[in-house]
Design a protein around this ligand. Structure first.
Ligand SMILES: Cc1cc2nc3c(=O)[nH]c(=O)nc-3n(C[C@H](O)[C@H](O)[C@H](O)COP(=O)(O)OP(=O)(O)OC[C@H]3O[C@@H](n4cnc5c(N)ncnc54)[C@H](O)[C@@H]3O)c2cc1C
Length: 408
């Protein structure tokens, strides 16, 4: 064997050590590969929950049940036709449905949003739809298009198309604030989902539910709610009947006559910080939200959802009628009009001028009216639920801030 100098020997040992370290590193990386893959999947799944889908997915109605004695509020349980697991949703979120209704010629497509009315289940979702009748005093107007169709035509076996759950009106547990859920009429749907999830997550938690309906005939989910109250002593349930009928008995069917009011909240809520979750008709939110703010409740502790045109903004919309006149171009319609601030949003403005724009919820939730903004700036009184794609705007809740050119 040739002579090896001390320097050469040191070099061999150093090289062997470096090789060993390299090998150990490579083995560790290989061993961790599944973890890395998992990590990447987890990170991606934060953006798109596992099982979520883009666009429309077919669901079969697997059950339908009336939730109130008047049979105006009907739950539809929906299972995906492809049988793949459903993504979890955050209680309070809604689904967007697209209905193709037969008429003369092409079937009319109608898009509407419906809150998920139960807790997450990988196999099914449930929505509850109130049949919308003509407004009071206007019997000649047609009844609600989508809700009537669902009540009259969506039977067990019917296939309907839905977009994935979305929405920002969601329950976020806060250890320092007990939840106060306030529901008016069909506004109970997201509230019930939130309440059930809140109690399932922490069965002993203090929670308050104020639920207002017209009378016993409209009292939905009565058995479910009283069972929740019986099994969860921390749940404080207050049912209000605005117009109790002769057969409605206070103490048995309902707790209070009249509307949910700030006075009642003050009388019945314990001291301390509360997080308010409110969903109900305009009349209710318009009365309660300013009253809560005036009482000193922080804006951040008031979460609310409106089921119709955006009407439950915490603060009244800014008056735009006195602003400058702005031009709004509708490229595809080939029209340029002047916005003088007299309309609540661009959709009302377009419709008043007979410019066709597809729309669904009229509240910034479903994204049906999303339109490319060729130039200009659009503002929103409150942040829309729908995530607007860059360079686009929502016509149903958008207000021009500058002159606009829309691809509509
Ligand atoms: C985020 C979100 C969640 C929702 N969740 C639920 C839910 O859980 N359950 C639920 O039932 N609803 C929910 N909605 C409401 C739902 O999306 C629909 O708006 C509702 O079902 C009414 O739709 P429709 O097609 O039946 O009525 P539409 O056809 O839109 O009519 C609405 C009302 O206008 C009246 N009307 C018709 N023509 C005129 C006219 N010319 N002038 C004035 N009024 C007229 C109709 O009689 C009816 O009362 C939600 C909405 C949103 C935005």
């Amino acid at each position: 064997m040739p002579d090896v100098t001390a320097f050469q020997l040191f070099g061999y040992i150093a090289a062997a050590l470096a090789l060993q370290i390299l090998l150990a590193g490579a083995i560790a990386v290989l061993r961790r590969r599944p973890k890395i893959r998992q990590l990447l999947t987890d990170t991606a799944s934060q953006k798109t929950p596992q099982g979520a889908w883009v666009g429309w997915r077919d669901f079969r109605v697997v059950a339908r049940t009336y939730e109130d004695p008047a049979e105006t509020q009907c739950s539809f349980t929906l299972a995906p036709v492809d049988g793949a697991p459903l993504p979890p949703f955050i209680p309070g979120q809604f689904l967007t449905v697209r209905l193709a209704m037969d008429g003369q010629g092409e079937p009319a497509r109608v898009v509407r949003c419906y809150s998920i009315s139960d807790t997450p289940d990988p196999g099914r979702y449930r929505i509850t739809v109130k049949r919308a009748i003509a407004p009071p005093g206007k019997p000649d107007l047609p009844a609600g298009v989508a809700s009537s169709w669902l009540h009259d035509h969506a039977q067990v076996g019917t296939i309907l198309q839905f977009r994935a759950p979305s929405g920002q009106f969601v329950f976020s547990p806060d250890a320092n604030a007990s939840p106060v859920f306030i529901a008016g009429g069909i506004g109970i749907t997201p509230i019930l989902s939130m309440l059930k999830a809140a109690l399932a997550d922490q069965p002993g938690r203090a929670a308050h539910l104020y639920y207002g309906v017209r009378g016993g005939q409209d009292h939905a989910f009565k058995a479910v709610l009283s069972e929740l109250a019986q099994t969860h002593p921390g749940l404080d349930l207050h049912v209000f009947y605005a117009e109790p009928a002769t057969g409605d008995v206070q103490g048995r069917d309902y707790d209070h006559a009249g509307f949910i009011s700030l006075d009642m909240l003050k009388q019945t809520l314990p001291h301390g910080r509360h997080a308010f979750y409110i969903c109900g008709p305009d009349q209710m939110t318009k009365a309660l939200i300013p009253a809560l703010l005036a009482w000193g409740v922080q804006e951040g502790d008031i979460h609310r959802e409106a089921f119709g045109p955006q009407s439950a903004a915490l603060k009244p919309p800014a008056v735009t009628a006195s602003g400058p006149v702005l031009t709004v171009g509708f490229r595809r319609s080939g029209r340029t009009l002047e916005w003088a601030g007299q309309d609540a949003n661009l959709l009302d403005f377009a419709e008043r001028q007979s410019i066709p724009v597809d729309s669904g919820c009229r509240s910034g939730s479903c994204g049906t009216c999303e339109t490319r903004l060729i130039s200009g700036r659009v503002r929103y009184e409150t942040k829309p639920d729908h995530d607007i794609a860059p360079g686009h705007c929502l016509v149903c809740v958008g207000i021009p801030e500058t002159a606009l050119e829309l691809d509509a």
